[in-house]
Design a protein around this ligand. Sequence first.
Ligand code: SF4
Length: 89
Amino acid sequence: MSRGLGNRPVFQPQLVHAGEDVAGLNEQFRGDVAAFRLQFRCSDCVYFWRSKSACTLGWPVDQLNADPIHILDAKGEPAFCKAFEPEGS
Ligand code: SF4
């Protein structure tokens, strides 16, 4: 696999830069979610298997559905699913 800076795969977007606060960016994201009614969680996705709380594509869902809502994990890496497909699309 091709690697970018550090140990990050080159296909992962760099969402956090030196000096930026991950908790603050997640808080800002929660504001954006509320303001724009963003849908990005498994519960909004056509691939979500509700009765089993699982992804029919086999992706892990725990982090995507964890509260509070966040776009970055503790390391500042993206915490969203590129296979997300909104219901009704
Ligand atoms: S495709 Fe992604 S967003 Fe959709 S249910 Fe699976 S893990 Fe969740």
